[in-house]
Design a protein around this ligand. Structure first.
Ligand code: AMP
Ligand code: ZN
Length: 537
């Protein structure tokens, strides 16, 4: 099925637009806008408190944020991307308020078992199973398979104009830290070894169940029914931190012999490694509430004795045409199934129309993805393209809203920002986008120079907030070029430099301590601060 014009896709998606993005967030909204935006309240539904809470970050105007990424055993589907788009919108809304955001989202490339929803963590490793499948034939080994699908993930990520995270850690690159965490949990009496692995003792963490509300023993045990459980486990609810397996395709040597880490421990370790013991916000799809996030809380809080994450945000599942997405029903879509040219077997749809469709329902409600909605959004994208063709892409953020039409557009933008700060009300925010589009189109042939500047400013602001106006991500096939550690450490070093310059020694010391906790040592030299991993030369 064809979907009309994919003008924006062909015209803009391939532009070297990282430059725009850099400008966008390094310069950001004007200082006047930041001032007013910083005072705004950003509310989000918090699964932990079961209420819509105003986000109060630990450090004013700075959000530390972790979102669970995909298991790279196949192409991510549009359901996965609905959850990633929610995370992207949290990031964009925070940045539009003038906040800085430290955003980590992982790649799970080991340890996620087919039966990981159950506490015994039985079943087969999803990566190993994929390698044995028909599609797996093309890969030399499981590492090759992981690399292939990680690269495809990042390509699709950019196609949908999702902002690159500050850091995108991989489970396999943090095995040492995971082993160390399991050792500490054993030392603290929260975990124990059996002949099949190491298990977290749920009874050692009395508030287990606080996120999901599954507090009754029988509810928690429900998930282990019908599966083989290790008879040495002390409690059926205890979940795996380490699986012993010297036949596994991906295995590491540990104090408990050859094996691989459990799925839940990777996110605890990577979140704390990059963002600190206490983070502001943690997100994922609704299926992760239990057991994954419940287990993350138990592990992290047992390790540190501190609250792990203050806000927990979960995206409800996407269905397609009213049914669960499944290959057998023929309603299973990856991003590339929709956006690839028809000659290559795709539907040739503009990727930002796909993104718009994923945002058209509120993240907190189940969402029905239909080809009809997608078609409607292709039309919305064409209207935006017409405006961009006339006024051009905004070149920088120094533009301002001027004149009476500027006032109208600024109000439209504020409506969208208000909607997003009210628990990411994307349907209302998109309505403000469409309303503004209509008003601009109505006078497109008679825009004054002043009006044109205002329209450009509006496009800039709306795009920063919603990411559906034009693409700012490169669509080239690439791994992120940045060193993940550098990306995390450098912003903190910059903040420390600022604190020292303004004589705020307390804050400077606080940052030094935070970095030390992350295993980073700072050395002040005549040419500025340098850093190294503690223990390295
Ligand atoms: P996975 O690759 O299974 O680990 O999933 C990656 C992310 O996508 C997780 O946050 C899941 O909760 C989320 N997810 C999986 N399926 C869907 C769906 N149909 N709708 C929304 N989110 C989903
Ligand atoms: Zn996770």
């Amino acid at each position: 099925m064809a979907f009309g014009s994919c003008f924006i896709y062909t015209a803009y998606a391939g532009r070297p637009t990282n430059f725009l993005y850099e400008l966008n967030f390094s310069i950001g909204p004007s200082s006047k806008l930041i001032q007013t935006a910083l005072e705004r309240v950003f509310k989000i539904y918090n699964t932990l408190t079961r209420s819509s809470d105003a986000i109060k970050t630990q450090k004013k105007g700075h959000l530390t944020f972790y979102s669970c990424g995909p298991t790279v055993y196949s192409y991510a589907h549009i359901g996965n991307f609905r959850s990633f788009v929610t995370a992207d919108l949290i990031l964009r809304t925070a940045k539009s308020l003038g906040w800085t955001v430290q955003y980590a989202t992982n790649i799970t490339d080991v340890g996620h078992l087919t039966e990981d929803d159950v506490a015994g963590s039985s079943g087969e490793d999803k990566m190993a199973k994929a390698l044995r499948s028909k599609d797996g034939d093309q890969f030399a080994n499981v590492w090759d398979l992981a690399r292939f699908y990680s690269t495809r993930l990042i390509e699709d990520w950019h196609l949908l104009n999702l902002v690159e995270p500050t850091v995108r850690p991989r489970a396999t690159e943090h095995i040492r830290e995971q082993i160390a965490a399991v050792q500490v949990l054993i030392e603290k009496g929260h975990a124990y070894e059996t002949s099949s692995g190491v298990y977290f003792s749920v009874t050692s963490f009395p508030t287990y169940g606080k996120l999901s509300g599954n507090t009754l023993d029988n509810e928690l045990e429900q998930t282990v029914r019908d599966v083989v459980v290790d008879p040495e486990k002390r409690d059926p609810r205890d979940f795996a931190l380490w699986k012993k397996d010297d036949k596994h395709l991906m295995q590491w040597y540990s104090p408990w012999g050859w094996g691989f880490p459990g799925w839940h421990i990777e996110c605890s370790v990577m979140a704390m490694n990059y963002l600190g013991d206490e983070i502001d916000l943690h997100a994922g799809g609704e299926d992760l509430i239990f057991p994954h996030h419940e287990c993350e809380i138990a592990q992290s809080e047992s390790l540190t004795g501190k609250p792990f994450s203050k806000y927990w945000v979960h995206t409800r599942f996407l269905q397609v045409e009213g049914e669960k997405m499944s290959k057998s029903l023929g309603n299973f879509f990856t991003v590339r199934d929709l956006v690839a040219p028809e000659a290559e077997g795709g539907k040739g749809v503009d990727p930002l129309a796909v993104r718009m469709t994923l945002m058209s329902g509120h993240y907190g409600k189940p969402f029905n993805f239909t080809l009809k909605t997608l078609k409607g959004n292709v039309k919305h994208r064409e209207r935006l393209a017409e405006i961009i063709q006339t006024v051009g892409l905004p070149a920088d953020s120094g533009l301002s809203y001027t004149g009476p039409f500027g006032t109208i557009l600024e109000a439209m933008y504020n409506r969208a920002l208000d909607a997003m700060t009210e628990d990411l009300n994307t349907p209302s925010a998109l309505a403000a986008l469409f309303g503004g589009t209509k008003q601009i189109l109505a006078k497109l042939g008679s825009l004054s120079a002043e009006d044109t500047t205002s329209v450009q400013r509006w496009l800039w602001d709306m795009n920063n907030l919603l990411g559906v106006v034009y693409s700012t991500q490169t669509t080239e096939s690439s791994e992120p070029a940045i060193d993940p550690l550098e990306a995390t450490v450098q912003p903190l070093l910059d903040q420390r430099k600022e604190a020292r310059a303004s004589g705020n020694w307390g804050r400077a010391d606080e940052i030094r301590d935070q970095l030390l906790q992350m295993g980073i040592e700072i050395m002040d030299t005549p040419t500025g601060a340098k850093w190294k991993k503690t223990g390295s030369i």
